[in-house]
Design a protein around this ligand. Structure first.
Ligand code: B1M
Length: 209
């Protein structure tokens, strides 16, 4: 597992090319994609800690995130099966004011891998944009991600807007992201909360019945 240690360091230090090389090397060596992913997620965890401790600043977080995205692109074909009949449709996005998209991308990837059709609205998605997408795509689920305590309330704003537009009954709302909890989901009337991408898939499948 030399490659995995090197991969961890490459994400931590934001070395994009190296991250790509080590992901490829790990896959060639037969390391399961999920394990490779865990290493990158753990490295991002340490990036967050270093930021909190004042060792890292926004630019360091940004280049680490870029390296992780590069690694995720290589993992995507491994995580997402080809040509599966969609079992349900999901409109997903990171809420208004929030630019964090790695976790949301991961959730989208795993949902696709499980056979869901995903319409990814990206980051900084306003309640109006969620509503327009629900009207256009008529999904089974709306999945919202928030990584900031300051943007998390926009999940509630979006649910309120869905209600006002008469669309709340047509979709199930799933939420997640580092500051989000089950009790918050209950409080704002979401249909479900998942702490990570694989549990988001389980949750969506369970709710689909
Ligand atoms: Co920012 N940032 N960031 N950041 N950043 C955090 C979130 C922070 C916790 C760091 C820290 O202080 N320790 C902190 C938030 C503090 C708080 O609100 N309490 C923080 C801050 C403060 C900020 C800025 C305000 C910094 C500044 O400018 N002063 C700023 C805000 C910008 C904005 O959004 N408006 C900012 C900016 C950035 C970057 C742009 C530099 C970059 C993001 C790049 C990108 O995403 N393209 C960045 C990064 C990389 C981080 C950390 C280090 C890593 C986030 C990440 O990608 N994690 C983060 C620290 C941390 O989280 N430990 C931090 C890996 C990812 C796989 O995990 O996103 O949690 P996560 O997703 C998980 C689960 O949460 C869940 O599944 C995923 C996979 O298992 N999940 C869902 C997520 N969404 C889901 C939706 C679902 C279900 C599950 O729906 C059903």
């Amino acid at each position: 597992d030399g490659e995995l240690k090197e991969l961890y360091t490459a994400i931590l230090e934001g070395q994009r090319d190296e991250a790509k090389e080590y992901v490829e090397a790990a896959l060639r060596a037969g390391v399961p994609a999920g394990e490779v992913l865990d290493v990158m997620v753990n490295a991002m965890g340490e990036v967050g800690e270093l930021f909190e401790e004042g060792e890292y600043f926004v630019p360091e977080m940004l280049i680490a995130a870029r390296a992780m995205k590069t690694g995720m692109e290589i993992l995507k074909p491994e995580l997402v099966g080809a040509d599966i009949q969609p079992i349900g449709k999901i409109v997903a996005g990171t809420v208004k004011g929030d630019l964090h998209d790695i976790g949301k991308n991961l959730v989208c990837m795993m949902l696709e891998g499980a056979g869901f059709q995903v319409v990814d609205l990206g980051t900084d998605v306003s309640p109006e944009a969620f509503i327009a997408a629900v009207q256009e795509h008529q999904p089974d689920f709306v999945a919202m991600s928030a990584l900031l305590t300051t943007t998390m309330p926009n999940m509630e704003t979006t649910i309120t807007a869905l209600n006002a537009a008469g669309l709340r009954g047509a979709v199930r709302v799933l939420i997640g992201g580092a500051p989000v909890t089950q009790s918050y989901a209950d409080k704002i009337g979401a249909d479900g909360y998942a702490p990570d991408a694989s549990r988001a898939v389980k949750l969506a499948k369970t709710l689909l019945g």
